[in-house]
Design a binder for this molecule. Structure first.
Ligand code: ADP
Ligand code: MG
Length: 765
């Protein structure tokens, strides 16, 4: 324990930096602002207008001209947006300009600091993307940016889900673009699927300033984002899935399957029924891996996921409820097999299936920017991880006004019921005193049951739940009114400003109550940080219980005894709580690293494919040379005659279409490979090495296969004496979504658990 403690301490120091060296520059900026106070802004603009071409520099050091530039931006902010930037915001902007992540508490004005930095980068000829958590914040923050930047002749734009291709193309030509992080990811993928260079949105990945950086670059970074299209599903496959779905509905809990926590698995009796249904001897025969996966998914879809808890049905579509955001999230799906199994269980199968054209993670996108930096109210706590995964250094900006929030230590109870009773009492007390209260829960179910509990005590709480996602920002914004009680999940409304009314301030400010510890001290800190904004009074407390999933590993017995209210008070408890959070964080990190290891292989393959695509788009004649190589010389001549002037365009077109099809197939192959690869561990092989080996083998001939297929199309055209039809790709037919891991972990982990011993027996026996 002592050793682990020392290790954690080391880990938590790593990745941190100090900005004290930038104080001189900050003061210089303030002096220039003061010096030019009486000169009209228009007269200052020419002296900071730097050449629009980008000079590639070593490092990020701010030059004197940048001090001048930053000063003019400050001036524009006070003149056109009515905000005189604080010294802390200037320091934060300097931090961003020097390549650091900045930790700046909630409510301290990160939006403006980022605009100052973005404008200064732009004046140095760089292109900046400010990556925001959602459309609402991108639009809000772009408005402020435009007010400040336009007078300085720095162009700016915003991209949201609703933006058309033409609007995106236009936006990416501007100096500073605000957009949700998933939009840039989708645009990069859609660009990889265009059949003509004119359709590319062509964002330049120069500087990214990531808002809520730890949430985006750590918590959500390895969740793949997908571009897909609908295609016809395979009838035989459908039949098997339907049969399995019907079967699992008839199974008897406890006899045919057992449930534990959020998951379910077949017993021997259940397995026998599956085998009987499918007409096979042994479900765990390596030849039946696909059937075993399907059976497992059918069982989970039916028994581990619940309508209105994990998902809702809207217009015959499954819409997921995010556990972390606690609301319906559009454009998200579970991994494909599970998603289909749920559709089938709900009778929503319509003969179509999803064909994944490409997938990309935020982590890969972030790494492709020349400079990627960010800001957040809890970045310091993530400094070690940001350093480990992105080689980023994080610096803390001191708070402008002293923090007046009082953070009470975690209150730990023996049972969840006692925990909730104590929390209700605390909420009621604050509510009576006129304090606004924000309650953070772990899940939608928990937020609803807690609201019910409060209502039994005569307290009406506003619940940000699954059914009102649109109101999120406004509900959170109003959470600062006297006596108001708001329940949400940890992520809800991040980035929304909670402004206290005067009454609320006098009553003691916002009380933040967390129900259960989050699996990381950083997430606890994010929630507590919603209170005490800009020197406001406020308080925060976490109510936890020994029954919380975080303590599933168990606390030492002597620390488990509660007092008469069931509160655990022994001295070691706090340390133990933190220890469990560290362990949970460590597990998450390992999971991310694991996911990344797989992603990297796909990423390498994609970049090879893309190089080839770009080459064909830019130089269609190269396609002609490549394709005609695969034909007999008479055939090649006939092709040239048939296609005439369109020869190069048509060859490039056919080659691109075939490459994209081959890539989509390759991705499907990799996905299937990854689902089953964990079984190799049972044969004492390394899943990753095996994945790597097989993935490479599958990729080896991809480009060659695509070229041969395209050449075949040409030969066929000659035989039929008919110009091949041009494939048109309607961007409207593509859809974009995130893949969300189900609450119970990744399907492959569950799968491994499920087969476990049985398969080992089958392999060795
Ligand atoms: P953060 O993202 O750091 O939580 P915001 O950027 O949302 O904070 O800003 C919080 C609040 O502070 C907003 O209401 C904003 O208008 C205000 N604010 C920011 N900078 C200044 C400034 N220089 N002067 C006055 N108010 C400011
Ligand atoms: Mg913000």
């Amino acid at each position: 324990m002592a050793l682990t403690g020392a290790f954690n301490l080391l880990r938590s120091r790593r990745g941190r930096a100090s900005l004290s060296g930038l104080a001189t520059q900050r003061d210089a900026v303030l002096r220039v602002v003061e010096r030019d106070r009486d000169r009209p802004l228009a007269s200052l603009v020419p002296q900071v207008s730097l050449p629009p071409t980008r000079k590639k520099k070593k490092g990020n050091a701010v030059k004197k001209s940048e001090v001048e530039a930053l000063a003019v931006l400050c001036r524009s902010a006070s003149e056109h947006a009515g905000f005189e930037p604080f010294a802390e915001q200037i320091l934060a902007a300097l931090g961003l300009l020097n390549g650091f992540c900045v930790d700046m508490a909630t409510g301290e004005g990160k939006t403006l600091a980022a605009v100052l930095a973005a404008g200064t980068y732009a004046l140095n000829g760089r292109r900046v993307h400010v990556l925001c958590p959602n459309d609402y914040l991108a639009t809000r923050d772009h408005q402020l940016a435009a007010e400040i930047l336009t007078p300085l002749e720095i162009s700016s734009a915003v991209v949201t889900e609703a933006s058309t291709t033409a609007e995106r193309q236009q936006a990416y030509r501007q100096h500073v673009v605000h957009l949700p992080v998933h939009e840039i990811t989708y645009d990069l993928m859609r660009d990889n699927l265009v059949l003509s260079a004119d359709d590319e949105t062509a964002p330049r990945l120069d500087v990214a300033i990531v808002d809520e950086v730890d949430a985006v670059l750590l918590d959500e970074a390895t969740q793949p984002l997908v571009i897909a299209r609908t295609s016809r599903s395979d009838d035989d496959h459908d039949r098997v899935e339907l049969a399995l779905a019907r079967l699992v509905q008839e199974l008897v809990p406890g006899k045919d399957f057992v449930t534990g926590g959020d998951s379910a698995s077949f017993t021997d009796a259940g397995t026998a029924r599956v085998e009987q249904e499918l007409g096979i001897d042994n479900l765990f025969d390596p030849d039946h891996v696909e059937l075993a996966t399907a059976a497992n998914l059918a069982l989970h879809a039916d028994r581990a996921l619940t309508r209105d808890v994990d998902y809702v049905i809207e217009n015959d579509q499954i819409q997921l409820i995010s556990a972390t955001r606690g609301r319906v999230v559009h454009r998200q799906r579970w991994p494909e097999g599970l998603h289909r199994a749920v559709q089938i269980a709900e009778g929503l199968l319509d003969g179509s299936s999803v064909e994944i054209l490409d997938q990309l993670t935020i982590q890969e996108v972030a790494k492709r920017y020349d400079t990627c930096i960010g800001m957040s109210g809890s970045a310091s706590l993530a400094a070690a991880d940001l350093h480990e995964r992105y080689q980023l250094l994080t610096a803390r900006i001191p708070q402008r006004r002293e923090l007046r929030r009082i953070d009470d230590p975690v209150e730990l109870y023996v049972t969840a019921a006692l925990r909730d009773a104590a929390a209700v009492e605390r909420v009621a007390e604050a509510h009576r005193a006129g304090q606004p209260v924000l309650i953070g829960t772990q899940s939608v179910v928990q937020s609803e049951s807690f609201a019910a509990l409060l209502s039994e005590h005569g307290i009406d709480a506003g619940v940000l739940n699954a059914k009102n996602p649109e109101d999120e920002a406004s509900v959170i914004a109003e959470a600062g009114q006297a006596g108001r009680v708001t329940i949400s999940t940890q992520m809800a409304g991040r980035g929304t400003d909670i402004v206290l009314t005067e009454d609320a301030r006098e009553a003691g400010g916002l009380l933040v109550v967390a129900i259960e510890c989050y699996p990381s001290p950083r997430l606890d800190a994010q929630l507590r940080g919603r209170s005490g904004r800009q020197g406001d009074p406020g308080s925060s407390v976490v109510f936890a219980s020994l029954e919380d999933p975080l303590f599933a590993g168990g606390l030492p017995a002597d620390e488990r005894d509660g007092d008469e209210e069931g509160r655990v008070t022994s001295a070691g408890v706090l340390a133990a709580v933190e220890q469990h959070q560290r362990m949970a964080e460590g597990r998450l990190l390992t999971q991310h690293e694991h996911a990344w290891a797989f992603t990297r292989v796909i990423s390498e393959h994609r970049s090879t494919v893309l190089t080839s695509r770009r080459h064909l788009l830019a130089e269609p004649a190269a396609a002609t040379r490549e394709l005609l190589r695969h034909l007999e010389s008479e055939e090649a001549d006939a092709v040239a005659t048939l296609l005439g002037d369109d020869l190069d365009q048509m060859c490039a077109h056919l080659a691109l279409v075939e490459i994209d099809d081959a890539w989509s197939l390759h991705l499907a192959h990799l996905t299937a490979l990854r689902e089953g690869i964990h079984l190799r561990r049972l044969a004492r092989l390394s899943p990753l090495a095996e994945f790597d080996r097989e993935a490479r083998a599958g990729f080896e001939m991809l480009l060659l296969r695509a070229a041969t297929a395209a050449a075949d199309r040409l030969a066929e055209a000659v035989r039929n004496n008919e110009i091949p039809p041009v494939v048109s790709r309607d961007p409207g037919a593509l859809w974009a979504y995130r893949v969300m891991d189900p609450n119970w972990g990744s399907p492959e982990d569950k799968f491994l658990q499920f087969v476990g011993e049985r398969l080992r027996a089958a392999i060795t026996g």
